[in-house]
Ligand binder design. Structure first.
Ligand SMILES: Cc1cc2nc3c(=O)[nH]c(=O)nc-3n(C[C@H](O)[C@H](O)[C@H](O)COP(=O)(O)OP(=O)(O)OC[C@H]3O[C@@H](n4cnc5c(N)ncnc54)[C@H](O)[C@@H]3O)c2cc1C
Length: 425
């Protein structure tokens, strides 16, 4: 087995995830109730069998992570602390303070090293290899040596994550630098359909000030704990626990159509997130105890979020759509599997908080198990790029003149405002 990754092992959106992971494992909750929340949040467009897999495997996923060593927040009697997220009808968000993804990734990374699993860093997959339509491996590009590496594989799993760094509609993003939709591109060229590509999720509370961290996330957990969204008149304009699409739309409307936004010193429009409410509701010290990473992130810029509200605006956060898979994580290309944010269908047109960490664990485990079982039953195939030839013929027939290189791997991340301020030296 070989794990190839684009940057360093662990550089990922998972590492950055803050708020938590959902699982219906409390007495007042159940996978069917979780199912209804996921489907409702997704606008009833979700692929039902994928949602079924997600919610049914969720309690076991939490047990698996805990057994590996993930330290979830617990009550004094040892029961898991669970809280609400936007659009959840029960408190089912399990977290490790506000660095849940970091805690999970650190544990999984240790596990990879402890089990002696081979991995290769700075080596993104740039194309799949096929034999008569079946996936037979991938071509990697070594970012350090500029060499191409051919990897022969009986089964291949794509877990390349999302697309935030493509900065759709010029929005800032919360995503890590490797999130450039590579898996979507290469799976599509190999013949797998993609769905809901128009449904990028904008997280309502991206940082609008200070400028150095514009786009980074202010976790939804803040609103879960009682922080309120407030316009320039000091008025609340939305229930803070609506789904993300509703929240983001309300903030954008407040800043544009209603002209009730607050301008940051660099001219960006924003609204207040009244974080001091958290300590007022739950007692002094709650922010430092429950949101330590977030507190430190602002403290570095002399902003004490327990005393002052924050300025926020929606940020490009998640790719709701992606490549199609079935409940076994199989794509339509034989021997190719997909797991995590690269997949589409689980969340329909809108994901709820905490279901994406869950998705990458549930479908990662399903993809791993099914790929391992399949690998035992098949022969190695030839290594060809037949599908690329076919793809170019299709482009020509459709009169598409595509001169953009893809996958983009590491595009220019500077925003146009930054480039405009550059000084010639
Ligand atoms: C700031 C932030 C906070 C979040 N908070 C939460 C939360 O609280 N709860 C929740 O459920 N979800 C949250 N999410 C979403 C969630 O973290 C991600 O959707 C999920 O972790 C994605 O997992 P993944 O394994 O699919 O992708 P990633 O974790 O992004 O991993 C993809 C990996 O593939 C690598 N890669 C990319 N392209 C290639 C290539 N061509 N070849 C080889 N490797 C490649 C990347 O470098 C990366 O290591 C958050 C996301 C962000 C950005």
């Amino acid at each position: 087995m070989l794990l190839a990754t684009k940057l360093r092992l662990g550089d990922s959106n998972t590492m950055m995830a803050q708020g938590g992971i959902q699982a219906a494992d409390k007495p007042n909750d159940s996978p069917p109730i979780h199912y209804l929340d996921v489907i409702g949040g997704g606008g009833f467009n979700n692929t039902p069998e994928l949602v079924n897999a997600l919610v049914r495997d969720a309690p076991e996923a939490i047990v698996w992570l805990e057994d590996l060593g993930v330290m979830f927040d617990k009550e004094i009697d040892g029961t898991m602390v669970t809280i609400h997220g936007g659009g959840t009808s029960r408190k089912r968000m399990h977290s490790a303070r506000d660095y849940t993804g970091g805690e999970i990734m650190k544990t999984l990374r240790d596990e990879i090293k402890n089990r002696g699993i081979d991995y290769i860093e700075f080596s993104p997959a740039i194309e799949l290899l096929t034999d008569d339509g079946k996936c037979t491996g991938a071509i990697l590009y070594n970012l350090e040596t500029d060499e191409y590496v051919v990897v022969r594989a009986k089964t291949t799993i794509l877990a390349t994550g999302g697309a935030g760094r493509l900065h759709v509609q010029d929005f800032p993003t919360s995503n890590h630098y490797g999130a450039t939709a590579d898996g979507l591109v290469i799976a599509y060229r190999a013949g797998n359909p993609v769905i809901f590509m128009d449904t990028i999720q904008y997280h309502p509370t991206g940082v609008a000030f200070p400028e150095q961290i514009v786009g980074l996330l202010v976790t939804e957990k803040c609103r879960g704990l009682g922080a309120q969204l407030v316009n320039n008149d000091g008025d609340r304009f939305i229930n803070e626990l609506e789904t993300r699409d509703v929240e983001s739309a309300a903030i954008i409307k407040e800043c544009t159509e209603k002209n009730k936004g607050i301008k940051t010193p660099t001219g960006m429009l924003s609204v207040w997130l009244d974080t001091p409410m958290i300590d007022i509701i739950h007692g002094e010290g709650t922010i430092q105890r429950k949101l330590p990473a977030m507190y430190r992130q602002f403290q570095r810029f002399d902003i004490d979020m327990s005393k002052e509200p924050l300025l926020v605006y929606p940020t490009q956060h998640f790719q709701n759509g992606g490549i199609t898979v079935n409940e076994k994580a199989e794509t339509k290309v034989p021997n190719l599997y997909g797991a995590g944010e690269v997949d589409g269908g689980v969340h329909g047109r809108n994901r709820l908080m905490g279901n994406s960490l869950l998705e990458c664990i549930v479908f990662g485990r399903r993809a791993g198990k099914n790929a391992a079982l399949k690998e035992k039953k098949i022969e190695r195939g030839k290594l060809t790029l037949q599908h690329i030839k076919r793809y170019h013929i299709e482009l020509k027939e459709a009169n598409i003149d595509a001169d953009i290189m893809s996958p983009m791997l590491l595009p220019d991340y500077r925003r146009k405002e930054t480039i405009a301020r550059m000084i010639d030296i």
